[in-house]
Structure formats: C-alpha cells, structure tokens
Ligand binder design. Structure first.
Ligand code: T1G
Length: 703
C-alpha cells in the first residue's frame, strides 16, 4: 500500500491528494503541525475541494512528520492571526456538515485543537502509540475549539472532565475503550484509514459528535468538582472556566454552549494568568538551549552511571536514572548506609506501586538496574559519576581526587552540591574539563528542576551531555554559572533575609507566611526554612561570616533560633513548633519573644507591618537578586530564573516567575521601590547596573 501519495498544495502547510475514491488531506507544518492560520486555510480549502470532487466518497485528514497535530499555534495567540478566518471552529463546522465522511488518521500526538479537529471528523483511526489529549488547562486556557462540548458527547461527562481538568493525554487504546477512537492501527496507519474508508463507503449516515445526546450530570459531578476547586487557595481561572463549559454542555443547546465556550476562552487567552503560564511553556523549551553547544556539539554516550552516596539525594538520583532505563552503580562507603539507601528506594517504589502508578514488575525491572557496592573502584566502567556525599568542600575535593584516579579517561565527574564552588571541586582533579555540577532538587526522583552548573573549564561536549541526559531522564535543565547558591539558592538568601528583617520590624512568622501564600507561594519563607532545615543555612552563614560585608544589615533571629537547637521540622521546632509526627507549623510564643529581643538588641522599634509590604519586599528581594544573577552572567536568560523559581521554590506559575512578574508590574516601578529602600540606607538593596539600565530605558528582563 502506498505510504506516501503525492499531494498538491492547498496552502503552504496543507497538501491534498486522492487515492481511488478517498481524498487525503495532509497537514505539514513542522515542528508540531500547529493549527496556524495557513493550516486552517488549507484545511478549509481541502474540505471544499473534497466536496466538489465527484470522485471522492470519503476524506482522510492526517499529519506529516512525527504527529497528527499539536494543537493551535500558541505563538499566534493574542495576535490577529489567531482569530483570522477561517478559525478552527469554522474548519470543524465545515467538516461536521460535510455529506462525505471525514476520518482523522492519528499518529504521535493529537492535542488541544488537534484533537478538537479530530473530534469534528466523523471517525478517528489511531496508531497504537498515539496520544490524545486536551492540555489547554496547562496553558491557563480551556479547549476553545469545541472540545468541552464534543468530548463529553463522545466519551461521557466523567472521563471528559478528567481529561480536560487534568490536561493529561491518554493512550490510543484507552481512547478506543472510551469511544474516542473508532479503530486502532497496528502498523500502516494510512492503509488502515483507507481500509476503514472502504468499510464505511456503503453507509449513508455518519456519526456527528455534536448530534450525540448531551452529557447528563446525574451524579452531581460538576458540583463536587467545583467544591473541590473552590477549596484550593488558587484554583486558577482556567479550571473554573473548564468546569463551567462542561456544565454548559449539560444545560445548553450545542451552538449556545459553543458560543459560551468561545467567550470563556477569549477571556482566558487575553488574561494575565494564561500569558504568564505560556511564558513558562516557551521558557522551558528555551532553557534546554546553550547557544553554540546544544544542537551543534554531539553529547557523549551515557550507558552506565555511578552514584556516590545512597542518602536522600543519592537514592533519589539513582531512582531518576533507572526510571529512564539507565543502569546505576550505587556506592556507599559502609554496608549499613548502603542497605539503608536501598531500603529507602524500595520503600519509595512500594508507595508508587500502591498508588497504582507503576506495576510491581516495572519496579522490579528498575531495581534490577541498580548495582549496590561499597567498592569505590566500581566507578571504573562508569561513563558518568554523580557524587551526592556530605556537603563539605574538603570531603568533596578528596573524593574527586580519588575519582580522578579511578575513573576511565573520558568519564564525566558531576557534583550534586547545592551551593559549593564547582570550580574548586574541579581543581581537585586533573580533568577539570570533565567536571560539571548537576544540582538535583529533593526529592530527586520527583522534582523536574535540575541546575546544570557550568564551571569555567568544562568542555562543550560535557555540557551537551549533561543537558541531553537531563532531558532523557525527564528533568528540566537550567544552566547556572558558578557562584554561592547558583540561581535558586542564591535568590533564596535575600528573600529569607527580608523575611527576618520584617520579623524584627513587627511582623509575625504566621503573618509573613500567610501573606506570601496569599500571593501564591506554595509555602511561606519561614515554614519553608523549617522544612529544608535551618542548620544548613546556619552553617553557610558561619562559613561566610569572615567575609560578610560589615555594612550590610544582619538579623540574628535565625542564628538565635539555631543556637537553641531548633533546626525546623527535623528537630520538632524552628520558627514554629511541631507536634510529634506532624508537619503542621504551630506559632510559638517563645519565638515571638526571641524576635522581640533581637529587635531590641538591634535598636529597632517594632511597628505594624502590612501584608502588602511583606509581599513587596520579599518578592522584590527575589527580583533584585535575579537581576544581579543576570548581570553577572550566572543565568543565560531571565526566563531561566523564572523556571527555577516556579519549578524549584513554589513561585506561582500563574504569575510567570519573579522576573516575568516584575516585567508585568513594570521595571521602572519595581526599580523605584528598590532604589528608595537603598537610598534610605538599606545597603543590601543596592541594584545592579543591568536593573538600573533596563528600568531607565523602559526595558524588560524577559526580552
Ligand atoms: N504552538 C506553537 N509552538 C509549539 C506548540 C504549539 N502548540 N507546541 C510545541 N511548539 C514548539 C515548541 O515551542 C518547540 O519550539 C517545538 O515546537 C518543539 O516542541 C484552540 C487553544 C506537542 C507534545 O498545549 O505539548 O490548541 O523550541 O520541544 O518534546 O482548543 O510540544 O523548537 O523553537 O515540546 O516533541 C494545545 C503543546 C495548544 C501542546 C511535542 N496544545 N506542545 O513535544 O517538542 S492550545 C498544547 C506540547 C489549543 C485549542 C487550544 C509539545 C508536544 P522550539 P517540543 P516535543
């Protein structure tokens, strides 16, 4: 059967061919066959051409390249092209009203507007590996091309609600079970679609989604979901709008509900939340790019990794690697520590199995990929070694000296340090060009963010390998230069300091945490420090004390808390106290008294501090440090900083990240506040040159 039938162009991204009595319309708009304006024009032209062609009895729509269609062209949103006729809705309406049956031949992805296009067709044939979904909610949007109306008519309200509010695609087999796909293709998709076309040729009636009975919400599903959403601090505009559109599907005539859906979509696509989330969508794709390296320098093969340290980080890293099918040699100096690490890994997998996320067989396969040993010499056959040992420079230098001698030539040596100088670690080896930082975030088998720290002497192929490995194991790699704390932890320092200063000036821990959670932070700064452990940063402050500039304001609050042995949740008390076995922060009058004493000692008259002042000072502390990180060349781009804070530190995605948030407020306004605090004698607010220049020139961090 001919795989590829020559097409005549209908537009610069849609082709038309006829094979016997079947017209074949092919979308060819790399990289994802997005439904840009030229695609929509071509599709409508194809619908008309097939209608006029007397020889045509059925029509197949398919995608060229690696997928059927990845949805509307997000880059065209908020531009005239997005709503230029013909819209997706008009194309789908023309297909649905066609007297000739349309068959969507789906491979790769059918997402968003791509699935909506397929649901406008009378039938859907899918390759078994295909994935179908309506991920719009992940862009702060809703399916605006009829998805909220056709999907529940095709598969029922409950599965439709799950797909639309979850935003996750389903596989072709599941789609077939639900009735979203009419036939699965085992190998040749086009052949299967052509065969299906001949199977239905004799039929005079063909199913039209819009004519199916509307979904009924007999079990109060929508009300339950609305209550669940409303109980969230930030349910998100898109989730509520999706729910309202599904409700409309059960209550309104089809056309009226379609108009309602379109209005809600237009509100969302013009809204700040979706624009912020779409900023992050593209930022994620930018983050993986290192100019001059990715796409140009071939990554080195990584077939075996040695992980040194089977503690929380080492065990999580080992899991992240075997989850991607990469064999791991897990090394600990002592058998007892190794056994503890393996037991933790087994426990974590058991939880995953109990949640139904993985089968016991799949877990067994992954655990088989881990080779535990107490012999450091086992690193000899590793292509990459990742150390996750005690966070001490001398310990790490000594280990890297040993690794340099034990590892094969060409092996890459990576450190998981969260803030130490990777150049200094590299200098402990004879191969600094092979040393890189891979700063995983805990839990390393769950958190997507990975700071790839780029030392001065690292070779381009080592960076290319680190970025490729990160993406292979499903991480979100962000390149950071070498500095104290890289990107994320460096920004955390002034953020926490501002919170401590606000405590001394009159705010309480609960007020500060609540104000920032109302802003959208997943956790308040003080509860966060209790979670991460106050002792880690206390050690850093003590290490840096000899070089701390004396003119900078310094709060004794966290030191005094640590001196009481209160390191946070791990000791049952920090800024808050915790009941045994509980992680719920409980305000502690002893801490209030300690704060008042620190204020007195610092000569600070306490006052009423407003929530808005708390938010402004803490968030602008992030922005000001982010600007310095950009100024110092530590981050490649502002959107990388946004990604670090949204994915690693709970910054609200619907505000786009700290730098994007400042851009939306206007840098002149943000800079004016920073400059005012600096001019009032708060030396730690000194803005960098880049911030000053952008603010005065009307620029933005995210260009
Ligand atoms: N529009 C524009 N560009 C897109 C795009 C899209 N929909 N999807 C991907 N790209 C770009 C991406 O920025 C990157 O660009 C390149 O394509 C490869 O992407 C009306 C309103 C399809 C699963 O949400 O999930 O339809 O960096 O690296 O890993 O109801 O892309 O190369 O310059 O991600 O193979 C709904 C979003 C839109 C799907 C492919 N659709 N995309 O993954 O490639 S809204 C989505 C994805 C909508 C309708 C509604 C993934 C993918 P560059 P990539 P991939």
């Amino acid at each position: 059967m001919p795989l590829d039938i020559p097409s005549a162009p209908l537009s610069d991204s849609v082709g038309y061919a006829r094979h016997a009595a079947v017209a074949i319309i092919t979308i060819d708009n790399p990289p994802v066959n997005g439904l840009g304006h030229s695609v929509r024009q071509g599709l409508l032209a194809g619908v008309k051409k097939a209608a006029d062609d007397q020889a045509v009895r059925a029509v197949i729509i398919r995608g060229a390249g690696r997928m059927f269609c990845g949805g509307a062209d997000i880059r065209q949103f908020n531009t005239p092209a997005a709503s230029a006729a013909p819209t997706s809705r008009q194309v789908v309406a023309a297909i649905e009203s066609s007297a000739k049956p349309f068959i969507a031949a789906i491979h790769g992805n059918a997402l968003g507007g791509g699935l909506e296009l397929a649901m406008g067709c009378h039938y859907r044939i899918a390759d078994r590996a295909a994935r179908l979904g309506l991920p719009e909610i992940k862009l702060g949007l809703l399916p605006g091309g009829g998805g909220t109306q056709r999907l529940p008519r095709l598969i029922g309200l409950s599965p439709a609600l799950g797909m639309i509010l979850g935003g996750n695609p389903i596989g072709a087999a599941r789609a077939a079970e639900l009735g979203l796909v009419d036939r699965l293709a085992d190998d040749d998709l086009l052949a299967a679609a052509l065969e299906f076309a001949s199977d239905i040729a004799a039929q005079t009636e063909h199913p039209v989604a819009r004519n199916r009975p509307p979904p009924q919400d007999t079990s109060g599903l929508i009300a339950q979901e609305r209550a669940r959403l409303s109980s969230r601090r930030h349910p998100g505009a898109a989730a509520l709008a999706c729910l309202n559109c599904l409700d409309a599907a059960t209550l309104m005539p089809f056309e009226e509900a379609l108009t309602y859906e379109r209005s809600r979509f237009e509100e969302l696509v013009a809204g700040a939340e979706s624009k912020a989330i779409r900023h992050l969508f593209f930022a994620e794709r930018e983050a993986g790019k290192i100019p001059g390296i990715t796409g140009k320098v071939e990554p080195l093969p990584v077939n075996r990794v040695a992980v040194i340290g089977a503690g929380t980080m080492g065990g999580g890293i080992a899991m992240a690697l075997v989850n991607a099918g990469i064999p791991v040699t897990l090394i600990e100096r002592e058998a007892a520590a190794l056994d503890r690490g393996l037991a933790t890994i087994r426990k974590n997998y058991a939880i995953t199995v109990s949640k139904g996320k993985l089968s016991a067989e799949a877990v067994a396969e992954r655990e088989k990929l881990i080779t535990p040993t107490v012999e450091l010499s086992a690193v000899a056959d590793a292509d990459l070694v990742i150390e996750a040992v005690f966070e001490d420079m001398e310990v790490k230098k000594a280990l890297f000296d040993e690794l340099d001698r034990l590892c094969r030539p060409g092996a890459i040596l990576a450190t998981n340090t969260s803030r130490l100088d990777v150049n200094a670690i590299a200098s402990a080896t004879s191969r600094p060009e092979a040393v890189v930082g891979l700063h995983f975030f805990s839990p390393a088998n769950v958190m997507r963010l990975l700071e790839v720290v780029r030392p001065d002497k690292v070779a381009p192929e080592v960076m290319a390998t680190a970025m490729a490995l990160a993406q292979h194991i499903g991480k979100l790699p962000v390149v950071s230069g070498v500095c104290e704390g890289f990107i994320g932890n460096r920004m955390l320092t002034p953020y926490w300091k501002e919170a401590w200063f606000l405590l001394e000036e009159g705010a309480s821990p609960s007020q500060i945490d609540r104000a920032l959670q109302d802003f959208g932070m997943a956790m308040g700064p003080l509860a966060l420090s209790d979670l991460t452990g106050l002792d880690i940063n206390w050690a850093a402050r003590k290490r840096l004390a000899p070089t701390r500039p004396k003119h900078l304001r310094y709060s004794r609050v966290p030191d005094r808390i640590c001196e009481l042995g209160r390191f946070g949740q791990k000791t049952g008390a920090g800024f808050y106290r915790y009941e045994p076995g509980s992680r719920t922060p409980i305000p502690d009058p002893d801490i209030d008294a300690l704060i008042e004493e620190c204020a007195r000692e610092a000569g600070i008259r306490r006052r009423t501090v407003t929530d808005s002042e708390i938010v402004e000072r803490c968030i602008y502390a992030l922005v000001n440090e982010g600007a310095s990180i950009l100024n110092d060349g530590i981050a490649q781009r502002a959107s990388d900083i946004d990604l670090v804070y949204v994915n690693g530190y709970g910054f609200p995605a619907h505000r786009g990240g700290p730098m994007y948030h400042a851009d939306m407020i206007g840098l002149a306004s943000v800079f004016a506040r920073v400059e005012a605090w600096h001019a009032a004698g708060e030396a730690h607010w000194a803005p960098c040159e880049l911030f000053r220049r952008l603010a005065t020139e009307g620029g933005q961090f995210n260009r």
